[in-house]
Design a protein around this ligand. Structure first.
Ligand SMILES: NC(=O)c1ccc[n+]([C@@H]2O[C@H](COP(=O)([O-])OP(=O)(O)OC[C@H]3O[C@@H](n4cnc5c(N)ncnc54)[C@H](O)[C@@H]3O)[C@@H](O)[C@H]2O)c1
Length: 280
């Protein structure tokens, strides 16, 4: 059993919090009196989010950071522990996507590596750099990792991204069990955003162009043959995600969804697993 999270006076680190979902989370934590360190590849956006928290009476710092650079993430952890004395909440949220969608057979190994470096190793780097020192602290701790509702359903054309996010799910579920197994006062939550209107498509294209010179919009777009609609593709703004995340921390929910779960698909998938064992 984990103890209560006392947000007022706690300290948090949120990656990718210069914009969109992460920014909403950082603002909500700041509003509750949590001291927030905001890290983002876009240093100006990170500084803007920190200023917004400070202007509202909260405490925040910002730092330009690339989550794929382990040494930089380790130095982010050093800064957080030396500034705040402890880190109660770590949210590994930074991520990139792929627009337009692309079939697996039209992707390159470099595409898979890029997507995995940011969306999976960005999370791994955060966990590895912060977890040992967080485990040494007394009191409640929480790690949150941002996945996607793409892993709770099927999105043809989004295989690169979905595969990396499934890796986040696997890491998070296992880490949660290990911490329970060892009696730690430490929760792990996976955030599953559905369709949230942020600038992620354009931002990801800009980031890739800056890093490699490649223009993602020039690739062969996936042609959707069968019609597939999910309730989680109903667009919402990022505004309430911070509140949803705080609720999930309060209840130590393993999963935090921004949209309803695709229950029929999930049940049908479970049935396929059950049927998949043919004996012998
Ligand atoms: N918006 C959606 O519909 C949606 C759906 C499912 C999952 N997600 C996930 O939610 C998270 C946040 O997405 P968002 O929609 O708020 O996107 P966003 O682009 O608005 O914000 C993401 C932030 O991450 C930063 N970032 C990108 N690469 C980085 C790196 N290497 N190091 C540090 N920072 C980096 C960007 O600069 C940006 O500020 C991502 O992990 C994304 O995959 C979003």
């Amino acid at each position: 059993m984990v103890t209560e999270m006392k947000f007022d006076g706690a300290s948090a680190v949120v990656t990718g919090a210069g914009n969109g979902i992460g920014r909403s989370i950082a603002l909500e934590l700041g509003r509750l009196g949590t001291r927030v360190l905001i890290a983002d590849l876009d240093g100006d956006a990170a500084a803007g989010a920190a200023e917004e928290i400070s202007a509202a009476g909260g405490t925040a710092r910002s730092r330009k950071l690339d989550v794929t650079d382990y040494a930089a993430v380790e130095s982010l952890a050093d800064e957080a522990f030396s500034e705040f004395g402890r880190v109660d909440i770590l949210h590994n949220n930074a991520g990139v996507t792929w627009r337009p969608f692309r079939a697996v057979w039209n992707a390159t190994l470099a595409d898979f590596r890029w997507m995995t470096e940011v969306n999976y190793f960005g999370v791994v780097n955060g966990v590895m750099a912060f977890l040992p020192r967080m485990r040494e602290q007394e009191g409640r701790k929480q790690i949150l990792n941002t996945s996607s509702m793409a892993t709770t359903s099927l999105t043809p054309g989004h295989g690169l991204y979905t595969a990396a996010k499934h890796a986040v799910d696997g890491l998070s579920d296992t880490l949660r069990e290990e911490l329970i197994d060892h009696g730690d006062d430490f929760g792990v939550t996976v955030l599953y955003p559905g369709q949230i209107t942020t600038g992620i498509g354009e931002r990801s294209r800009d980031i890739r162009k800056l890093e490699t010179g490649e223009d993602l919009s020039q690739g062969i777009a996936y042609v959707q043959v069968r019609d597939a609609k999910w309730a989680h593709n109903e667009p919402k703004t990022a505004e309430n995600v911070g509140k949803q995340v705080v609720e999930a921390i309060v209840h130590n929910d393993p999963y935090c969804l921004t949209h309803p779960a695709p229950i029929e698909y999930l049940e049908a998938r479970n049935q396929l697993w059950v049927q998949g064992y043919r004996g012998y």
